[in-house]
Design a protein around this ligand. Sequence first.
Ligand code: SF4
Length: 369
Amino acid sequence: MPATLEQTRALEDYLVMSDEEMHERIEIARKELGKRVVILGHHYQRDDVIRHADLTGDSYQLSVMASQTDAEYIVFCGVHFMAESADILGKPQQRVILPDLGAGCSMADMATIDQVEDAWEQLRDIGVLEQKVAPITYMNASAAIKAFCGRNEGVVCTSSNAIPLFDKYLKEYDKMFFFPDQHLGRNTGAKFGIPLDKMALWNPHEELGGNTEEQLHNAKLILWRGHCSVHGRFKPWHVDKVRKDIPGVTVLVHPECMREVVEVSDLDGSTSFIIKTVENAPSGSKFAIGTEVNLVNRLQARFPDKEIHLLAPDLCMCATMYRIAPQNLAWSLENLLDGNVVNEIAVDDETKHFAGIALERMISMTEGR
Ligand code: SF4
């Protein structure tokens, strides 16, 4: 039987406690819970939470790694769509906890399932679906959108495997409808030589997404008008400035950055690609990195022999992920010790089934790469 509010510990009591006390209590709770719990820390998570993580990585990696443990509880220090993915990919008996339910993703929130279904029907009404159209969603979307892709021959992609998946779908389908990140879609499409006039932008607040029927019939790629508020902070002038200020610098950015930034950078790739590039660079290398500030700070600390800068001088932090503080983590773990599962993220069975199909397609198409 789920715990009542009276039975659970109150988060408000924790919010007034010091970080030091929280760290001690997290360590005690962690020890007592042992292998029953696994704490996941996303690469963009703050240091005072990452220090308690058993596993760190990107959202997909973390979900897979957690599913390979025998933990009963997966405490995901990330954002909402990541916790949903952990529930979809986890073992049936594993329960997923998001320590702050307000930790959402502004990009994922830019596409709702109702908007996506409405867009699909509009494409059907004007005859676009008479061509072979594949819906493809970035991992950073709700479970309902992943399930939509699973039902409609589509797939999920990550920033690490977008290229092989685009390759396959561009060969086998007439068109792709990509959501919710226009920038990852545009940057990946450009790598296949798709010209900008063959990429339509779908604004969910306008009829036909703000396009003419002709534009939608002619498009090879229809891009949902979503973006990451963190990576959207980087501008081409940041690249110009850093090149002037730091001679010999390599500009390395995430493909969630806008096309104009990626075009003037030296390298672009997923979070794992960014980490590996820095790891493998010789001592003395200089990088200006366009991604979330916590990750860049940790790279600076890990590689003191390399000169590592954040591409933009202003703070580029994932503010929603930052909502998970040591206080939230301590509250979640101590409630677990009492037998109370707070902030559980549970995807319904039907959504889980179809989202699982889209994820399985992704895994089978990228295996061995
Ligand atoms: S960094 Fe951007 S895409 Fe990633 S969770 Fe935060 S808002 Fe979402």
